[in-house]
Structures are given as C-alpha cells and as structure tokens.
Design a protein around this ligand. Structure first.
Ligand code: PEP
Ligand code: MG
Length: 891
C-alpha cells in the first residue's frame, strides 16, 4: 500500500498538473475551477498508469480510490452508478501530458445494461436515445476493451451489421433508424458478441469500469501511440492519465448535439471561431469522421443563444490560457457543456499568423510568441503550391483541410502507400476516411484525400500538423477497394495513376500538375525579423550553386557555410574531364585536364560569390575519394566479363579493361577512412591548386567589377595540425600567384572542417593555424560514434526499441559528440580568441542541435536553404530560453 494520491476530483487539480493528470485531465480541472460548465468527474494519474504497466495489474489500493471518487461523483450528481432507477453514466477517457489526438482509447456511455437502459429511457422519456446510447456502448466497449483478445469484436464488424440493417430498413443515415430499429440492432449486437466471445456482454457496471480503465492504460502502448511518440519525440515513459467523467448526451434529439471548435482557424490562423458540429450525435461521430458535420455557423443559425454562450466561453478560455484553444462541447437538451480544451494544433502558416496577431493584440510578448512556434513548422511555410492548373477543371472538390499542393500516385490504403513510397514514388493516399491507424501511410504520403470526415477529424488534424496537403469530405469520390480504383466527376482513376490535390482550395485534378515553392508572406517576414532580433547565433547556408545561394539569401543566409566543390564536378560536360584528370598516367596529362576544368570551376565561383554580395563564403576543397567519379567496380567487372565472353569489340574491351585496372588500383576497403579530404590534396596537389586558383581568380574578377567577395577556404578532414600547415603553405603560394597575375589583392583566409575526432581533441594546436573551424558533424558522428553514415540501417530499430532516444545522425548526440565539440570550442578559443566557429553537418538545421550550438558558443550554424527559417527561429529560442523569461508552450 502507498499513501500516494492517485485519484484527483476535478475540483482538486489545476492546469499546472499536466505531468500527473495529463493535458486533458489538468484542463478539465482548470475549467471546473474557473466556473465553466464542465460535467463533474475525476482523474487517475499518469503515475498509476506507469505502475500498471510495470505490474501488469492495477496497483494495490487504486480501485478503492476510484470507488471513493465515484461515490463523491454520485453525491454530486444525485445519481448512482449502476442504479436501476437513477443511473449515473460515465465516460472513461485517455489523456497524456502531450496531446496525442486519437492515438489512445476512450469509452463512452459506461454503466449501461438492460436495467439502467430502461431507467434512462424512463427518465428521459426518449426511447430512441436510450437504445442509441446502448448500441454505441456495446460496439465501443467491445472494440476498445475486448478486441485485443477477440479481433472479431472490432468496430468494423459491428458497423457491417448496422449497415445491413440500415439497408433492410431503407435508412440512409444513422439518425434515420427509429427506436424499434435500434432495439433490433442491439439484439443483433449482443447475439454477435456472444457468438464471438462465448459469453454474454458484461452487464456489471463495476466490471465495465475496471476493464475500461485497464484498456485505457494499455492503450498508452498500442502501436499507433508508439509511432506517434517516436515521430513527435514524446518520451515513452510518461504514461496516460484516465479521466472519468459524467456523461452528457448530444444524442438526445434535435435540441442536442456535439462539436469541436478552434478559437482561430487552424489552417490559416484567421481570428474567427472555426469548427464543426453535428446535431443529435455523440462526440466520436465528429472526430472519427464518420458523418460529415456542419460548420459552426450552422450552430449560430440553429441555436443562436448557445452559439453566443459558446463564443463567450471560447474567448474566455483563449484569454485565460493566452493560446488558441481546441474545444469539445456537447449540447444536451439545449444545455451547453464543455468536455475538453487544449492548445489547438495548427499549420505552420497559422502558427506564424497567430503568433504575430497575438503580439499585436497584446496577448503575448514577442518572446512568448517566438517560443510557441515549433521551428520545424516553418518549413511548411515553404510548402509547394500548384503553379497553374492551365485551365483544367477539378474532378472533385472537398474541404481544404491542409494547405499546399501535391502531385503523386494514388494509393488506396496505408500499406500500399508505404510500399510505394519505399519504392521512391510520391504518393497521394486516398481513403474513404482515415483513422489513427493510417498514421504510417499518411506520413509516407505527399498528400491525403478522403471521402468523409471534417476539418477537425483526426485525419485533418494529423496531416495539418505534419504539413501534408490534405482534402477531406470529398463526397464525390467513389472508392472501390476491390477494383482498386476511384471514380470522381465521371473519371476513373486507378491505383498508381497520378493525381494532384490542392489542399489550399480543396480541389482534386486528374493530372500531374507542376508545383512551385510558396512565397513568403508579410506575417512570416515580421516573425522572422523578430527572431533575428533575439538570436545571437549566425546563420549560413550549405549551397553549391548560384541558384541555391540566391534562394539562401532570400531566406536569411548571412553567408555560405559550406560549398561542396565536388558537386561542381558532376554533369555530363564535366564528368569526362574529371575522369581524364583521374585516369591521367603522368603529371602533364593531368595538368592538361585540370586546365580544362579551371575556367568551369571559376565560373561557378563567380556565380556563387556574386549571389552572396560580399557575405562570407566558405568553399571546401575537394573531399570525396576520387573513385566516386568513376564507374563502380562491380559494374565494370560485369561489363568486362560480358565483353570477353561475347568476344565483343576489341577496342571497347581494351578501354574497359584499362578503366577496370585503374578502379581496382584505387579500390579501398574503407573509403570513408581512406584517400579523401586533405589526404587527397597532399597526394594529388594539382586538383586543389586548380581549385584555389579558380576561387581566387573569381574573387579578383569580381573585385575588378566592383563586387566584394570574402573567401574562406576550407581544407577538409584534417586529423593533425601538420596536414593543415603543409597545405596552407602550398595553397597560399597559389593564391599569391593568382592575385599577382590578376593584378588585385582579395580577402581570403584558411580554415578547416572538424570532422575527425583527433582534430577536435587537438584543437589547441589546429586553432593556431586556422581562421575558422566548422564542425562536419556528419563525419564527426560517423567516426566518433562508429556509425557508418551510409549503412546505419539499425538506427530505426534502435529508436523503435528505445535503445537510442534520438537518432545521432539527425540530432547531435550531446553526451558524446557534443562533449567533444565543447572541448574543441573551449580549446580553440583559448589559443585563438578570434576564431570563427561554425557547424555545417546536417545537424545545422535541426532545432535541438542549433540550440546546443548556441549553448557551446558557436559563431554560426549552416544548413540547407529551406531549413534556414527553422535554424533562425531555433537560434532565437535558444537565446530566449537562456534568459528564462518566456512561458513554454505545451506540445
Ligand atoms: C560533414 O561531414 O559533416 C560534412 C559537412 O561533410 P560531408 O557531409 O560532405 O562529408
Ligand atoms: Mg565530411
């Protein structure tokens, strides 16, 4: 036994208790305490869930605590759970610290059996309502609580029975079935249950409650919840709380209903109530997307007084939390109840608009507004949109649930979508309705299109959060899963055919339409300017072409942190020249090939330096092993063998044999640890001499045209200071010679990429010779963690099994690689206080890594152009979090 408090009545908790009561539980407590109409209830703590997970049974004493809280609830309501004359019915709902919409389980209408059903009918005088509640309960309880043991008790089997009955009765929708019909249905459900489970449906309310609590605890570890947590980086050890709440009924008739509304539009951020509601229905009908609901304006027309009261409450809640709220409500016989509120999930576009608006409305400080937008959401602002429809008419229209345009091959179920995506295809997932089990398929898709479900259905919510263009409630679709095809607007689209969806307008096109990057809006500009006010970390881009450099400047790059020159050796015009250079048997032949490459490389540098308009540009000398530019050994072996066997063209055979011999000579068992980076420059000095002559020449050319250029020449893969000293001397001579030939002096400096652990640990020596360091965390992680960046197939399994909390190739492993970086930074600054310190591995655009770079005092982060807004915001957040003045937003 323990004296730990495991059960809290709503009046005993508050919004700050999210860890213990989950987001839903804590907010129910808070709303109760600020006087909103919340049906009474209590919350079982997340700690109790974790105890359950550990023990595999309810911890001692928990059930007694639940009974005590239930007794309190009964006193409060003047009803009794299971009472045959005046029964209390409850819902049992999941709710973790961070919202995981639809990923875990909830059971409604608990406490119903034949006796309480009759009492309910007698008390409400509404027979249809009673049977409707009971048939829903039998289906939901079977599905959620018992289908783990009996798969045939899953919801869809019950739905089939209902569909068959509706057909027989000639009813189009659920509400078209009368009390008598629902009574028949209930009999069929119970008979089906007995046939599958071999026992009667459980009628003891206490047994129902106990099993439902256990089912909700267990749902913390169901597959879709685990997938969602992995994706959202929510820790797996938090557990879910369980809220047990008095039922109110939205299905009592035409003066009842249920709905979900956001205080602002979650797709655009517009400051107006946005939501949906269904008359005569229960909550799961709205969120599960089973029936397509009406917009909230309909509520205003039909129940103006209730709409007014709801708008008042919504406003109060938004001001109270100073955050957009996603609110669930129910109207029971004309009375409004609030069942849940939470921070509203929104698109990147909406997040930025809301942040800017709330600052202008005086609700938030700039700092708070900056902290609340997840940096990754900004990438969605750069989501592509459809360039032009070229006059093409859409084949169908639906709700514009997630903005952006996407073109891809149709997949009719999630498994197929994942398979097609793995094969490298862009996929549009087309479903009648999506449910949380479709998460994997949605994440694998570039767009989602559903026939049913509203803008607040789970499909829409999840897709929006991940920035996946989405259309819901596209009722013109006719999906035939057997024939693997979809019909819409008189057109038949087969699975695998390409369609385009416009998630901004809600339109579907039977063609592959071209998309283009979105333009940056005014609010986005304002928001980024605020971020720049706060951040101290510089931001640069990894860019290898003038076009990329131009895009980078538009997105806020203050320089180029890495131009990989080997990318400039690709292309049909250049590969033969590079090959001639590699295959040269003597120095004069090699020099001749390099002389042809020089003007091409110089033109590249002119383009990049010009685009950067005087901002610093780090250009890295050739890095990869040379055989990367030659055909692979196994391919050549096959070709030569074939030519020999076929007695093929002798000249061709001779040429291939010579190539094969060279490739065999250059073959390395561990190319990533082989002849690359500065080693290659020392081995074949001609290549880097050409590169330095080209870049210095380019800078001179621009200087003469009145354009400033600041060159930082990066020597890669230094492991010992002597390598750097040697190459600097060699390349400095080339630079001086080039400047003398050009007749002008330009600004340049030498530095290195820190990517070999030994370099990081001997920074006290290397920093004396370098004007800058830039962490190449791709190689530093590869060599420091011993994880091949090309073969790390085991990493997803490690993450799934919880062996690694995060993927070290994605976010900096702070304990190991990060520690090495910190030592390197401190040692470098001690000997060279003016040294510039950057990062240009892939981690440079990942928010947590950016924050770490701020913490250890780097000068800048460098990332791909599209990640620049993400890096700028993460850098601002790091500076604000350091001050500790802004309020953190929940996930
Ligand atoms: C790195 O190793 O982090 C790096 C930026 O270089 P590359 O990815 O080109 O090896
Ligand atoms: Mg590298």
């Amino acid at each position: 036994m323990t004296d730990k408090k495991r059960v809290y009545l709503f009046r005993e908790g508050n919004a700050a208790m999210r860890d213990l009561l989950g987001g839903k539980g804590a907010n129910l407590c808070e709303m109760t305490n600020i006087g909103l109409p919340v049906p009474p209830g209590f919350v079982i703590t997340t700690e109790a869930c974790n105890e359950y997970t550990k023990l595999g049974r309810l911890p001692d004493g928990l059930w007694e605590d639940v009974l005590a809280a239930l007794a309190d609830l009964e006193r409060d309501m003047g009803k009794k759970f299971g009472d045959p004359s005046n029964p209390l019915l409850v819902s049992v709902r999941s709710g973790a610290k961070f919202s995981m919409p639809g990923m875990m389980d909830t059971v409604l209408n608990l406490g119903l059996n034949d006796e309480t059903l009759h009492a309910l009918i007698k008390l409400t005088g509404n027979e249809r309502f009673g049977y409707d509640a009971y048939r829903r309960f039998v289906m939901m309880f079977s599905d959620i609580v018992l289908s783990g043991d009996y798969p045939r008790l899953k919801k869809e089997h019950f739905e089939k029975i209902f569909t068959a009955l509706k057909q027989k009765l000639g009813a189009k929708v659920d509400t078209g079935v009368d009390a008598e019909g629902l009574k028949t249905l209930l009999g069929q459900f119970k008979a089906y249950f007995k046939e599958v489970a071999g026992r009667d449906f459980p009628t003891d309310p206490m047994e129902q409650l106990r099993l439902a609590i256990i089912a909700v605890f267990k749902s913390w570890n169901n597959e879709r919840a685990i997938t969602y947590r992995n994706k959202e980086r929510i820790p797996h050890d938090l557990g879910t709380a369980v809220s047990i709440q008095t039922m109110v009924f939205g299905n009592m008739g035409d003066d009842s209903g249920t709905g979900v509304a956001f205080t602002r539009d979650p797709a655009t951020g517009d400051n107006k109530l946005f939501g949906e509601f269904l008359k005569n229905a229960q909550g799961e009908d709205v969120v599960a997307g089973v029936r397509t609901p009406e917009s909230i304006e309909e509520l205003e027309r039909e129940f103006p007084a209730i709409h007014g009261r709801f708008a008042e409450i919504a406003d109060k809640l938004e001001k109270h939390y100073r955050e957009v709220q996603d609110i669930e409500f129910t109207i029971e016989n004309g009375r409004l109840f609030i069942l849940q509120c939470r921070a509203g999930k929104r698109t990147g576009v909406a997040a930025v608009k809301i942040a800017v608006d709330m600052v202008n409305e005086g609700l938030l400080t700039k700092e708070e507004a900056l902290i609340r937008v997840p940096p990754e959401a900004l990438e969605q602002l750069l989501n592509p949109r459809i360039k032009s429809t070229g006059g093409l008419k859409p084949i169908a229209k639906g709700l514009n649930a997630g903005p952006g345009g996407a073109s891809g091959h149709v997949a009719l179920d999630s498994k197929t979508a994942i398979k097609m995506a793995e094969a490298g295809q862009k996929v549009i997932l087309v479903r009648e309705e999506t449910n949380p089990d479709d998460l994997g398929g949605m994440l694998a898709s570039v767009g989602v299109l559903t026939q049913r479900g509203g803008r607040t259905s789970h499909a829409a919510l999840v897709a929006r959060q991940y920035g996946i263009p989405t259309i819901c409630a596209c009722s013109a679709l006719r999906i035939d899963e057997h024939a693997r095809q979809v019909k819409a607007g008189g057109v038949v689209v087969k699975e695998g055919d390409v369609i385009t969806i416009d998630g901004t307008l809600g339109e579907v096109y039977n063609a592959a339409l071209e998309t283009e990057p979105a333009t940056v809006t005014g609010d986005f500009g304002t928001f980024m300017a605020w971020a720049d006010e706060y951040r101290r970390l510089g931001v640069r881009a990894n860019a290898d072409t003038a076009e990329q450099a131009e895009e980078a400047v538009k997105l806020g790059a203050e320089g180029i942190g890495l131009a990989r020159t080997e990318h400039m050796f690709l292309g049909s015009e250049r590969v033969p020249l590079v090959r001639d250079m590699i295959l040269a048997e003597d120095e004069p032949t090699r020099e001749a090939a390099l002389a042809k490459l020089l003007p091409l490389q110089r033109a590249d540098f002119v383009g990049i330096l010009k685009a950067m308009g005087g901002r610093p540009v780090t250009i890295r000398l050739i890095d990869p092993p040379l055989h990367e530019f030659l055909p692979p050994l196994d391919e050549l072996l096959v070709e030569v063998t074939e030519l020999r066997c076929r007695n093929g063209d002798p000249a061709a055979l001779k040429e291939k044999e010579a190539l094969l011999k060279k490739v065999q000579e250059m073959h390395e068992v561990n190319p990533m640890l082989g002849l690359r980076g500065c080693r290659l420059s020392i081995y074949f000095p001609g290549i880097v001499n050409m590169q330095v002559a080209a870049m210095i020449g380019a800078a001179c050319e621009l200087k003469k045209a009145g354009i400033d250029a600041h060159l930082e020449i990066m020597i890669p893969l230094i492991g010992a200071v002597s390598e750097l000293t040697y190459l600097k001397a060699q390349l400095d001579e080339v630079a001086r010679k080039t400047m003398a030939e050009e007749g002008v002096e330009v600004d340049y400096a030498f530095g290195t990429m820190i990517e070999i652990p030994r370099a990081a640990l001997t920074a006290d020596e290397i920093a004396k010779e370098a004007a800058f360091f830039s962490f190449g965390t791709n190689d530093l992680t590869q060599m420091g963690y011993g994880i091949s960046r090309d073969d790390a197939r085991f990493l997803p399994v490690y993450i799934e099994k919880g062996i690694f909390k995060a993927d070290p190739t994605e976010t900096i492993d702070v304990k190991g690689i990060g520690r090495m970086m910190k030592i390197c930074v401190d040692d470098a600054k001690a000997v060279n206080p003016n040294i510039k310190l950057g990062i240009c591995g892939e981690h440079g655009g990942e928010p947590e890594s950016v924050k770490f770079c701020h913490k250890i005092g780097l000068t800048y982060v460098s990332c791909s152009p599209r990640r620049l807004p993400v890096a700028r915001l993460a850098a601002a957040q790091a500076a604000i979090e350091e001050k500790g003045t802004a309020v953190q937003r929940d996930k």
